[in-house]
Structures are given as C-alpha cells and as structure tokens.
Design a binder for this molecule. Structure first.
Ligand code: BTN
Length: 276
C-alpha cells in the first residue's frame, strides 16, 4: 500500500493520523499500547502483514501479505460503557453500507452484505471481514478504544488456508475483480467519520434499526456460544445497547457477547479463525 495514495484519496487527510507499517505483530496491539501514552483520536494504524493477528475470543487472525486491509483505529468517545457494544454493531454496519455503495460507484458489481451479530460481515454465507474492539478504562470511565478491522480484499481461494477456505471469501472472489486497497480504505475512513458523527454520542435507536435490517437470523433459531456454554433459542430482538435477546421456552435471555450460529452455518465453523 502507498500512504501518499491513501492521503490523495482522502478529502480531508488532516482529520486522520495515518501510520503505515510493512509488518506488525498486530495493528490492534500496537495501537492499544500507543493509546496508553496518549495517541490522538483518529489515529489509524495499517499493516501489510501481521505476524500475530488477533481475532475475537482469543482466536488468531491470519492474513496473506498485501491482500487485505488490516487496520486499527483509535477513538476516545465519551460514552457510557453499557453502550460500548454499539461500536461493534456500528463499525460492521458502516463498513457493510460503504462496501455496498462502493460497488455501484466504482463500477464493481453490486455486493449484498449481511451482518452476523455482533460484528462479522458476510457475503453469500461466507465471512469477508472480522472486527475486534478493545477498550481501555480509567476506573469506570471509558478512556479509549481500538477498533481493529480485517477485510479480505484481493484473496483468491488458494490464498485462504484449507481450514477456512469453505467459510471465507474476499471482495475479489465476490465481485470477480481486483480492488484498489488505498481508495477503498480512504473511502471507508471517510464514511466511518461521517457516520460516527451522525450516530454518536446519542443517536442509537436508528443505528440499531438499520443494523436489524442487515443482520442474519433475526426471528430465527440460533445457537449461541458464549464461551462457557452453548444455548439455543430464537434470536428475537436487539436491545438499545445492541445486546441479543434470545427466547428460550417462552423466556427471554440477554446475550451480551458470544458467537451465534444459525442453520445455514452449522456448527463446524465454531472456533475457527475466519481470516487469512
Ligand atoms: C474476528 O473476526 O475474530 C476479528 C478479527 C479482527 C482482525 C483485525 S486485523 C486488524 C486488527 N489487528 C488484529 O490483530 N486484529 C484486528
């Protein structure tokens, strides 16, 4: 990737503090450390490759060098911590909406993206992007958070390990065309910035509504793996905080984090790193 190209594609480059690395263990780990010593809001760390990329729930995130967008973004919102999960939903929604408009604008075929609660992006049943949010607190108060995004862009099927090939896809595989990562990244940062100003700090009801239109399995039977246990039920609703309401035997249970699986994904995908 070329940092000048990214800056040229940004309408307002001064808004962001971009740092491009050839290789890092993990963009999230790096930026989280920088956050402790006062890294500015809208710091963005990008890497061509990660040697210890992290996924959710202690999984690893693999990435073939130069094929993805691997980025972390630092924010310092004044947000009640019970709304923190909304940043997961927000990031997934904003990226999905951006990618859908991108197809139309840049003469790529239109893409239809679905969301899997809380923050995975899917195209035709395969994962295209994962998001990892890490937050730092000063006592009860949220100090800063790092949003990590791993978007599969120009991978061919053979770039994915055999293990995840059946469940992973890329923009290239979905559209049949290569994508220019610099302009894609710049466009996403701008879309994120605009949407963030629209929905944060307090315009959450429309955010949850929009998210619900794109989320998989709403109203359907799912199983939820919360780490310690697996529970089945109907994915009935989302709360104002973006938590999942699961209905079991007529009773409602609130799920604050976990992996959900519906019929079409089966249970085989559990525990795998959906990256490469
Ligand atoms: C998941 O689906 O489990 C989340 C994957 C998040 C991967 C991204 S890649 C950039 C950033 N740095 C990391 O180490 N992880 C996130």
């Amino acid at each position: 990737m070329d940092i000048d190209k990214i800056n040229q594609s940004l309408h307002n480059p001064a808004r962001f503090h971009l740092h491009l690395f050839d290789s890092l263990p993990s963009t999230n780990t790096y930026l989280f450390e920088q956050g402790k010593t006062g890294a500015a809001e809208w710091s963005v760390v990008i890497a061509e490759e990660q040697t210890a990329g992290k996924g959710r729930r202690q999984r690893r995130w693999e990435s073939r060098r130069g094929k993805s967008i691997l980025l972390s973004l630092l924010l310092r919102p004044s947000l009640e911590s019970r709304y923190l999960n909304l940043l997961n939903l927000f990031t997934a929604l904003t990226l999905a909406r951006y990618l859908e408009t991108c197809g139309e604008k840049n003469s790529h075929p239109a893409l239809e993206i679905s969301l899997k609660w809380p923050n995975d992006l899917f195209i035709r049943g395969k994962k295209i992007c994962g998001i990892l949010l890490e937050a730092s607190f000063a006592g009860e108060r949220l100090d800063y958070l790092v949003i990590g995004i791993g978007l599969n862009v120009n991978q061919d099927a053979t770039d994915f390990s055999e293990e995840i090939r059946p469940v992973a896809t890329s923009l290239k595989l979905a559209s049949g065309q290569e994508w220019e990562r610099e302009s894609l990244l710049a466009g996403f940062l701008e879309a994120f910035y605009e949407d963030y100003r629209r929905f944060f700090p307090g315009n959450f009801a429309p955010l949850v509504q929009l998210y619900k239109q794109k989320v998989l399995f709403l109203g359907k039977p799912v199983s939820v793996n919360s780490g310690s246990e697996k529970i089945r039920g109907i994915f009935r609703d989302l709360t104002a905080e973006g938590y999942l309401v699961l209905e079991r035997n007529g009773r409602r249970t609130l799920i604050t984090s976990g992996d959900i699986f519906g019929g079409e994904f089966g249970h085989g995908a559990e525990g795998r790193a959906h990256g490469v």
